[in-house]
Design a protein around this ligand. Structure first.
Ligand SMILES: NC(=O)c1ccc[n+]([C@@H]2O[C@H](COP(=O)([O-])OP(=O)(O)OC[C@H]3O[C@@H](n4cnc5c(N)ncnc54)[C@H](OP(=O)(O)O)[C@@H]3O)[C@@H](O)[C@H]2O)c1
Length: 238
């Protein structure tokens, strides 16, 4: 379609593609017959999603590993280059969250959240950017949170990771001025995904993963003449 930033069939890489928002974005974008590379740690779920994408007529691949692990990332990028020949869209989405009063959170929870939510985003953007800059086009979208823009009780470590990626993306946008490589965050409030499985919360008034996927599509499909910075998406029901 004329006016899109990138060609019609896009090579879309999704971290945390095995569940929730990442899975929903894959199926939303599959409506337009793009090519996919999904990563996560759950082999069974990734295999099933990739098979479904094949049955919809899309080229799709996956690999299993830890988003914050350098060796896994290196291997996956070689895999991506071999299978897709490059990247047009990186959806840096994998994340974990532990919530509670600060004094009750643990060092292990600190390490896992920062390794996944911050180092994982850094590593995948660090590897993707040279490819996008070489072709002078492409889009990175990072799943931040409304907690990347505000603070709340019992969210200290999680909100700290999302503020960190918000700052990372803001600085990167400055670095990318004058190029056709774009980066944005999405900042959803609570989304009804497996994230909340087993937790005692009311999921009725949450966003759906499809609500978020539509916003991600809007960023990917934006015109050449716009450059979305972030989208704060809150539930419609209150
Ligand atoms: N649900 C919400 O209310 C909400 C609101 C705002 C923002 N977010 C953000 O949205 C993103 C997706 O969350 P979701 O709600 O879709 O939850 P989800 O269904 O639990 O999905 C999380 C995804 O991240 C992957 N992941 C987690 N740790 C990983 C690691 N170390 N290495 C590789 N993959 C990893 C998971 O894959 P495996 O299990 O296969 O490893 C899964 O695909 C996260 O960044 C989260 O912070 C969620």
């Amino acid at each position: 379609m004329k006016g899109k930033i990138i060609s019609d069939s896009l090579r879309i890489v999704i971290t945390g593609g095995s569940s929730g928002i990442g899975e929903a974005v894959a199926f939303e974008m599959a409506k337009s017959n793009h090519c996919f590379f999904l990563m996560g740690r759950n082999d069974g779920r990734l295999k099933k999603i990739v098979e479904s994408l094949h049955s919809l007529g899309c080229e799709a691949h996956y690999d299993v590993g830890n988003v914050g692990n350098e060796e896994d990332t290196e291997r996956m990028f070689n895999n991506i280059k071999q299978k897709l020949g490059g990247i047009d869209v990186l959806f840096a989405n994998a994340g974990v969250g532990y919530f509670g009063n600060l004094e009750d959170l643990t060092i292990e929870q600190y390490d896992e959240q920062f390794n996944t939510n911050v180092k994982g985003v850094f590593l995948w953007m660090n590897k993707t950017l040279p490819l996008l800059k070489a072709q002078n086009k492409g889009q990175i979208i990072v799943t931040s949170s409304n907690l990347g823009l505000k603070t709340a009780a019992k969210c200290s470590l999680y909100a700290a990771t999302k503020h960190a990626v918000q700052a990372m993306v803001g600085c990167l946008r400055d670095e990318l001025k004058g190029t056709m490589v774009k980066v944005a965050t999405i900042n959803p409030g609570s989304v009804d995904t497996p994230w909340f499985d087993g937790k005692d919360v009311d999921r009725n008034k949450m966003l759906s993963s499809s609500d978020v996927a539509k916003v991600v599509r809007m960023i990917i499909d934006q015109n050449e003449t716009s450059n979305i910075d972030h989208i704060l998406l809150l539930p419609g029901k209150s």
